[in-house]
Ligand binder design. Structure first.
Ligand SMILES: O=C(O)C1=C[C@@H](OP(=O)(O)O)[C@@H](O)[C@H](O)C1
Ligand SMILES: C=C(OP(=O)(O)O)C(=O)O
Length: 429
């Protein structure tokens, strides 16, 4: 339990911690490449530590020193068979990407995750991997963990993805690296491209024509130095806080601004937020920028279609934003929210309703009418970090305190979230 309340403007500069998606990939790619990979800006969150734990169990050495990580690997061809079950914790990214890598390795393994992971659909990865020849067994025909995987030589596929999912795309591309022939994956909507970018950074040739990504099997990764940018999905909480708390000004440094991830910036601008990008730098293979947000009058908008994958994890905080905008905000085409850490459509609608919001769920999203003054309540996080942070940010505009039933889950993606909360509410830097 954690109770939060603050009234008054937010001020300060925050350095946004490492991107979760890119941190996972830096460890996995380093574990596949023979030799030493170094990472800076790594996110030491529970999810990324799960990825480290799993690769250590196949014989990869990983040393973590703050946000610097050294990965020493014998290469995937020399991975040892794990003598314990691989535990992927709360992390869908770890479970799905690792399924692709393990299926193409030469080891037998069993993967399991926490209660939430055990309910999340895995057929979206086990189906295409089986088409490549993978041997995977799991509950409900391979839909749920635990998954037992016998690594083997796979064959290339041409795959039309049924959902816009970077985890599915990545599982296939990583398996394709060691498969016979040329694999191509066609997306229905563009999902985050961190895997493609990082594969190139590790010396792999990846081709892209419109929505199809093609990769020739038999390519080895060359160890690299990876600079992880800050996570725009974490920055999003402060962008919304700065936009909705009157008289605020927040500067966010080190924000990853990959165009497949910046939907939240676009939506804030559409809604009339005063949001500036004040200079960008390029890291090892991804761009970062400084973002400045000021409170302003906000108007409702519609969020849908190809915008959805570019802000999928930001929808809970976007819903809070919409409660303070004038008019009816409609979020469509977001069914994927039902299979995240929890059903995020139900969770957002239930919890924001408790705070007094005018919000209703629809089949594929939600409708929010604003502006509505909010009051305090006890928020059920369902163990979902993004619901927890949505509740915490709400406490900056509610008329009375907000209590989170479980604030610990926030360390899944943002371990120093409450330090940053203190920083912007006290105006200290
Ligand atoms: O590839 C990734 O790192 C991620 C992809 C997205 O999931 P889907 O691939 O299921 O859309 C996102 O929601 C998740 O937080 C991280
Ligand atoms: C959905 C998320 O992550 P994952 O799928 O890796 O559990 C998230 O971070 O919001």
């Amino acid at each position: 339990m954690k109770t939060l309340h603050h009234q008054g403007p937010l001020k300060g500069t925050l350095v946004i911690p490492g991107d979760k998606s890119i941190s996972h990939r830096s460890i996995l790619f380093g574990a596949m490449a023979q030799g030493t990979t170094t990472v800076e800006g790594f996110l030491q969150s529970d999810d990324c530590l799960s990825t480290i734990d799993c690769v250590q169990r196949v014989g990869v050495q990983v040393e973590v020193d703050g946000d610097r990580v050294t990965v020493n690997s014998p290469g995937i061809e020399n991975w040892k068979e794990p003598d314990t079950i691989l535990y992927t914790g709360n992390s869908g990214t770890t479970t799905r990407l690792l399924a692709g890598v393990l299926a193409s390795s030469s080891v037998a393994s069993v993967m399991i995750g926490d209660e939430s992971i055990q309910k999340r659909p895995m057929k979206r990865v086990t189906d295409p991997l089986r088409l490549m020849g993978a041997e995977i067994i799991g509950r409900s025909g391979g839909n749920f963990t635990p998954l037992a995987i016998q690594g083997k030589k796979l064959a290339a596929i041409s795959y039309q993805m049924p959902v816009a999912s970077a985890q599915v795309k990545s599982a296939i591309l990583l398996a394709a690296l060691r498969a016979e022939g040329t694999t191509s994956v066609t997306e229905i909507d563009t999902s985050r491209d961190h895997t493609e970018k990082m594969l190139r950074h590790f010396g792999v040739e990846v081709h892209q024509t419109e929505s199809t990504i093609t990769l020739q099997g038999g390519q080895k990764l060359t160890p690299a130095h990876v600079v992880v940018p800050g996570d725009i999905s974490s920055a999003a909480f402060w962008l919304v806080a700065g936009a909705i708390v009157p008289d605020s000004f927040i500067r966010l440094e080190n924000v990853g601004v990959n165009p497949t991830r910046d939907g939240i910036v676009e939506v804030l601008q559409e809604m009339g937020a005063t949001l500036r990008m004040t200079g960008s730098t390029s890291g090892s293979h991804e761009e970062t920028a400084t973002l400045e947000i000021e409170s302003s009058h906000l108007t409702a908008t519609e969020v849908q279609g190809s915008q959805i994958p570019r802000l999928i994890d930001e929808i809970p905080i976007l819903a809070l934003l919409a409660t303070q905008a004038t008019g009816v905000t409609v979020i469509r085409d977001a069914e994927e929210l039902k299979v995240k850490e929890t059903n995020r459509i139900d969770a957002v609608v239930n919890e924001l309703t408790k705070l007094g919001a005018q919000i209703e769920s629809t089949e594929d999203g939600m409708r929010i009418t604003g502006p509505t003054p909010l009051h305090g309540a006890t928020i059920t996080t369902y163990g979902d970090h993004r619901i927890g942070m949505m509740g915490a940010i709400a406490s900056l505009i509610t008329s009375s305190p907000v209590t989170l039933d479980n604030a610990d889950c926030i360390s899944v993606s943002y371990p120093n979230f409450f330090e940053h909360y203190k920083q912007v509410t006290t105006g200290s830097n």
